[in-house]
Design a protein around this ligand. Structure first.
Ligand SMILES: [Zn+2]
Length: 68
């Protein structure tokens, strides 16, 4: 796998996490990511899994399960 051609690359787990945490604020980056998720079912599935993971994490925090 190469890392020098961003356009043809899938979204990384790290970027999916940043996306769901609302940490991607740059419009061009956000648009590119969302566009890829619409076009790529593999990444859309991973995005859903990441969303579930982050939701579970948030619930744990809200419930006072501070293990961090
Ligand atoms: Zn993809």
């Amino acid at each position: 796998m190469t890392s020098d051609s961003r356009d043809s690359e899938h979204v990384t787990d790290h970027d999916l996490e940043r996306y769901h945490l609302g940490m991607i604020v740059e419009e061009t980056e956000l648009a590119a990511l969302e566009e890829h998720l619409l076009a790529c079912s593999a990444c859309a599935e991973r995005a859903q899994a990441t969303a579930d993971y982050i939701d579970a994490m948030r619930r744990a925090i809200v419930e006072g399960d501070h293990d961090l």
